[in-house]
Design a protein around this ligand. Structure first.
Ligand code: SF4
Length: 255
C-alpha cells in the first residue's frame, strides 16, 4: 500500500472511532498486565467476566500474593489455560515485588523478563498503560494487515516490523487498537463484512464480500437453477431417445 493510502486507511478508521482503546477492563497498569496475560488464547469478554470480581479486591501484586495461587485459579477457572496462567500471575506478581518495588516496569526488556509476558503482552502494556507507540500483533492485527495489503508478513514479527515502519503520525499510538477493533467487528476471520467497511477501496482483498441481500439473492438463484437443472435431468430420463435420422429439434412425443 502506498504512503498516502496508509494515511487514508487510518484516517478513516479514526473517523469511525476517534478514541479507541483496549476492551480489557482494568484500573491500573498492574491489573492491565494481569488481564493481558490472562487473555492469551481467550476472549477479552471472558477475561472481563472473570476479572471484574477479582479486580474489585486485588489491585496490587502484594494483594495477589496474599490471595494465593489456589484462590486465583478458582477465580479464573472459566478462562482457558487457567492453571498455567494462575502460576504465571503469581510468579510475575512476586517478581514485581522483588525486582520493581511492586510497580510495573516501563521497558520492553524488563516486561518480557517477567513470567508469562511475551512481546505482544509487553507491547499492549507499553502502549495502553504508558502511551508508547508500539504495535501489538494479535490474530486480528495479523489478519487485517495481511488481507488488506497494509503490512503483509508471514510471521507476527514481520507484520510488527512493517507496521512500525509504515504507520504515520498522528495514528501511531492508536493504530493497533484500530486494527484489532476493525478485525474483531468488521474484517472478521470467516466472513469479512466488506459491504460496510470504511476502507473497502483501499483494501487489496478479493473477492469482496457482497451485502447480505445480494448473497441471499444469488444463493436463491443458485438453488433455483440447481432445481431446474435437476428437473431437466429427471425429465430427460423419462423421454425416449430420438431415433437415428430424426431432426434434433423435433420434439419427442411422450406416451
Ligand atoms: S474490504 Fe473486506 S477484506 Fe478489506 S478490510 Fe474491509 S472487511 Fe476486510
Amino acid at each position: 500500500m502506498k504512503r498516502e493510502e496508509v494515511f487514508e486507511f487510518f484516517r478513516r478508521l479514526a473517523e469511525v472511532n476517534p478514541s479507541p482503546t483496549t476492551e480489557l477492563e482494568s484500573s491500573n497498569p498492574y491489573q492491565l498486565l494481569v488481564a493481558v496475560v490472562l487473555s492469551a488464547q481467550a476472549t477479552d469478554a471472558s477475561v472481563n467476566i472473570a476479572c471484574r470480581p477479582l479486580f474489585a479486591r486485588i489491585k496490587t501484586p502484594r494483594q495477589m500474593i496474599e490471595l494465593g495461587e489456589e484462590s486465583l485459579r478458582d477465580a479464573i477457572k472459566t478462562i482457558g489455560l487457567f492453571n498455567t496462567k494462575a502460576k504465571n500471575v503469581i510468579a510475575l506478581s512476586q517478581a514485581l515485588i522483588d525486582q520493581h518495588g511492586g510497580e510495573v516496569p516501563r521497558t520492553r526488556e524488563e516486561l518480557q523478563a517477567l513470567p508469562g509476558v511475551g512481546r505482544k503482552t509487553a507491547n499492549v502494556v507499553l502502549n495502553t498503560a504508558f502511551g508508547e507507540e508500539t504495535f501489538a500483533v494479535d490474530t486480528h492485527v495479523f489478519r487485517v494487515s495481511n488481507r488488506t495489503g497494509l503490512a503483509p508478513g508471514k510471521t507476527v514479527d514481520e507484520v510488527e516490523a512493517k507496521l512500525e515502519k509504515i504507520v504515520p503520525q498522528p495514528f501511531r499510538r492508536d493504530a493497533h487498537h484500530w486494527l484489532i477493533l476493525h478485525g474483531r467487528y468488521t474484517c472478521k476471520a470467516r466472513l469479512p463484512e466488506c459491504w460496510r467497511c470504511p476502507v473497502i477501496n483501499l483494501c487489496r482483498y478479493k473477492p469482496k464480500t457482497p451485502p447480505p441481500e445480494e448473497r441471499a439473492r444469488s444463493s436463491a438463484d443458485r438453488s433455483g437453477s440447481r432445481a431446474s437443472s435437476a428437473a431437466r435431468t429427471a425429465k430427460g430420463r423419462t423421454v425416449e431417445k430420438p431415433t437415428a435420422g430424426r431432426s434434433r429439434s423435433r420434439p419427442n412425443r411422450l406416451p
